[in-house]
Design a protein around this ligand. Structure first.
Ligand code: S5P
Length: 262
């Protein structure tokens, strides 16, 4: 069972997916399972945030379509920061269309996401064509996707059957699916990485349907099965984002340490 396994001991199970493998190794060596959701509107803020929280994160999750001033230069600078601080880039595009459309959205367009994002999110809704489409546009690059098996928002339509369908879909595309966005332990397969959003310390939900109450990093890891916690406003709106990231990192990693020794 994945629950008590260390990230290192899951490397073999993730061997088919190079980004999952790299991420597990990175989390173990850097001692962080924190992903910061960098939901800001200018490239300057994005790069500044990435530089500040970089030492504390394993993944920087972006919504580059929120940026008002996106250019390829933003991506070049983001790549440099990812190398400087040793984290991976995760574009939360939530692809959800037929394979041929997704292939073009991922491989081309303004954002050319396949060029730079190690991981992207996708919905399982369209069926496995969405994965095949992403794979076709990834080409030979080391890329992977995270399927959104459950959503954190109130009234989400991601039923248990839907989540199970996502797990099955992933199991037949192990070379490309690195894990899931989830709110519970949707799988005990040690090869897949579970990432949980809706995490904040001392905070209830927002007024736009983010779940009625956020959960703490500790609850996300120990009760919801998160390997990685995804934190947006808890860090981005903090007076000192670097200090906040450090706090979230320490709490989440301590919870992971507690889990593997349970
Ligand atoms: O179910 C989900 C899936 C995702 S990826 N619920 C989410 O909130 N997210 C993302 O996590 C969302 O797009 C945002 O970038 C982040 C949560 O941000 P926060 O500010 O609420 O922590």
């Amino acid at each position: 069972d994945q629950k008590h396994l260390t990230f290192e001991s899951r490397l073999a199970a993730a061997a088919a997916q190079p980004v999952a493998h790299a991420l597990l190794a990175l989390m173990a060596s850097k001692k962080t399972n924190l992903c910061v959701a960098a939901d800001v509107t200018t490239s300057r803020e994005l790069l500044s945030l990435a530089d500040q929280v970089g030492p504390h994160i394993c993944l920087l999750k972006t919504h580059v379509d929120i940026l008002e001033d996106f250019t390829p230069d933003t991506v070049d600078k983001l790549k440099t920061l990812a190398e400087k601080h040793n984290f991976l880039l995760f574009e939360d595009r939530k692809f959800g269309d037929i394979g041929s459309t997704v292939a073009r959205q991922y491989g081309g367009g303004l954002y050319a996401t396949a060029e730079w994002a190690h991981l992207v999110t996708a919905h399982g809704l369209p069926g496995d064509g969405v994965i095949k489409g992403l794979m076709s546009a990834a080409g030979g690059r080391l890329r992977g996707c995270i399927l959104v098996a459950q959503m954190s928002s109130e009234g989400a339509l991601t039923s248990q059957g839907y989540a199970e369908g996502c797990i099955r879909m992933a199991a037949s595309h192990r070379s490309f699916v690195a894990g899931f966005v989830s709110q519970s332990r949707v799988t005990s397969d040690p090869g897949f990485i579970l990432m949980t959003p809706g995490v904040q310390i001392n905070k209830t939900g927002d007024d736009l349907g983010q779940q009625a109450s956020y959960v703490s990093p500790r609850a996300a890891v120990l009760e919801r099965g998160a390997d990685v916690i995804i934190v947006g406003r808890g860090v981005t709106k903090a007076e000192d984002p670097a200090a906040a990231a450090q706090t979230y990192k320490e709490e989440a990693y301590a919870a992971y340490t507690e889990r593997i020794t349970q």
